[in-house]
Design a protein around this ligand. Structure first.
Ligand code: ADP
Ligand code: MG
Ligand code: ZN
Length: 482
């Protein structure tokens, strides 16, 4: 039986991404976050009568970049359209968007689930539009709602998927992959806390085996990746329960309340004809010639999946580790740089993932400026590999590095952390220990071999943990069994 009582979820996402541009989409106002309210405005983005929009070339270039990054097709001639609706944060009374002739069509996102299963989801379209302002509602019902129009006219792309996802986990992984591509290409910061990346989820369910889609609802206002996953799960369960009890799903727009973990009706679903779309009379058609498209394609950076495949191939690491290490460009660059100084991809991957990321998570430091630089981690990895230090000592060295920013050699010297692998030296210690513990030696020889660990422990104690455990084990076995 399926996870949802015989029903299969169908999910399509609409992702809005703010483009990282210097200025807004139709005026020269700065495109910035966190400035005092209403200081980044002009007649154009305030929608004052008679003010005319002029399209920002950088915004178009970023849109083209994302379309190409996902394997979509850039339309040579696309058309801006007016989408009419009233909202207090939309002074013009309409949003300039694209409707039947968007700049981008098609494309596909390839992503993996946590367990490694590979999936993909095709895209319907990517279009350019402008953002609206922001209403600032009073807390606890006191005072008035105010409006900040700094965000008006911020360039956006909307990335619309086909309804091809079949679980909340898929939607999560898809969304994370889209964010990753946006960040790798520097099209969008991907910062959800600042609202630079927003997602609406369309959800329906159908009996397993049924071809036809069920009635969908759309959830808005989700502000974290896990929030999207939770909201979708909630809505699937709600719809299934409703259908099971003989009810039917009403098409509606829902708002997700993260604190209470519920989705509630916001408004009945609007249809596209409600918006009275028509071609934007203040803008000419957007013409993008092939040579422009090609020059953007030529300047495409290495994309997350390509990087991940390269890591697997060149550094011999597992696909899962490669996925973790390519999560952000800064992490991937760090690991790439570690690998300039060492040959041991797997140990290096482990160190970056567990030790380094562990420390960064706790301290909140930024990896690209963190005092433990890639060559320093590589030094530790090389010293483990050459058996100069043990894994345990390596952790001590690393802790000291994080503390002081000193290099491995200096720390090893200061702390006397050298591993003893010299057989003659170790044999002498072992002989003494066996002599002093002849009772235990007899026990071992009479078959109580589980006290082997006792002898190892004694050697470690004697050498203050500096003996190379591999060599100690081998020598002890020779002595006791031989
Ligand atoms: P709008 O939401 O503006 O009306 P569309 O009708 O193009 O736009 O659909 C938006 C999103 O809804 C797309 O991502 C699409 O994949 C998804 N979608 C369409 N039908 C369904 C359905 N029955 N169940 C789930 N998602 C759907
Ligand atoms: Mg929609
Ligand atoms: Zn402006």
């Amino acid at each position: 039986m399926s996870e949802y009582d015989g029903y299969e979820p169908v999910i399509g996402l609409e992702i809005h991404a703010q483009l990282q541009t210097e200025s807004k989409i139709f005026c020269g106002c700065k495109n910035a976050y966190g400035e005092p309210p209403n200081t980044l405005t002009c007649p154009v983005c305030l929608g004052l009568p008679g003010a005319l929009p002029v399209l920002n070339k950088q915004a178009v270039e970023k849109a083209i970049k994302m379309i190409l990054a996902v394997g979509g097709k850039v339309r040579n001639r696309s058309v801006f359209a007016r989408k009419n609706y009233f909202y207090p944060d939309l002074p013009k009374g309409y949003q300039i968007s694209q409707f039947d002739k968007p700049i981008g069509e098609g494309g596909e996102i390839f992503f993996s689930l946590e367990d490694g299963t590979k999936k993909s989801c095709r895209l319907t379209r990517i279009h350019i539009e402008e953002d609206a302002g922001k209403s600032l509602h009073p807390e606890k019902g006191e005072g008035y709602t105010r409006v900040d129009l700094n965000r008006c006219g911020t360039p956006l792309i909307e990335i619309v998927s086909e309804p091809e996802m079949r679980s909340p986990e898929e939607a999560y992984a898809y969304f994370v992959k889209v964010k990753q591509i946006l960040q790798y290409t520097k099209v969008c910061s991907g910062d959800m806390e600042k609202g630079h990346l927003r997602c609406d989820a369309n959800i329906s369910v159908r009996p397993v085996g049924q071809e036809e889609f069920g009635t969908r609802t759309e959830i808005k206002n989700m502000n974290s990746f896990k929030g999207v996953e939770r909201a979708i799960k909630f809505e699937i369960q709600r719809q299934v329960k409703l259908l099971k009890s003989g009810g039917s799903v009403t098409q509606a727009t829902l708002l997700w309340d993260e604190s209470r973990q519920v989705a509630e009706a916001m408004r009945s679903k609007e249809e596209s004809h409600d918006y009275r779309y028509f071609p934007e009379p203040d803008l000419v058609n957007l013409v993008v010639k092939d040579d422009w498209i090609e020059s953007v394609r030529e300047n495409m950076p290495e994309l997350p999946n390509e990087k991940s495949e390269r890591f697997v191939k060149d550094y011999q690491i597992r696909a899962y580790d490669a996925m973790v290490l390519t999560d952000t460009t800064s992490l991937a660059d760090y690991y790439d740089e570690v690998m300039q100084y060492t040959k041991d991809g797997r140990t290096a991957a482990n160190w970056v993932q567990s030790e380094l990321l562990g420390v960064l998570k706790e301290s909140g430091d930024d990896i690209s400026t963190f005092k433990v630089r890639p060559n320093m981690i590589a030094d530790i990895v090389n010293k483990i590999e050459s058996k100069e230090i043990s894994g345990k000592m390596a952790k001590q060295v690393f802790a000291e590095m994080v503390e002081t920013g000193k290099g491995a050699d200096a720390i090893i010297k200061e702390k006397g952390l050298v591993q003893i692998s010299d057989e003659k030296q170790l044999l002498m210690i072992i002989d003494n220990i066996l002599l002093a513990n002849s009772g235990n030696v007899d026990k071992y020889k009479s078959g109580k071999t589980n006290i082997f660990g006792f002898f190892v422990g004694q050697v470690m104690k004697e050498t203050k943990g500096q003996a190379n455990p591999e060599v100690v084990n081998r020598l002890l076995k020779q002595k006791l069994d031989g």
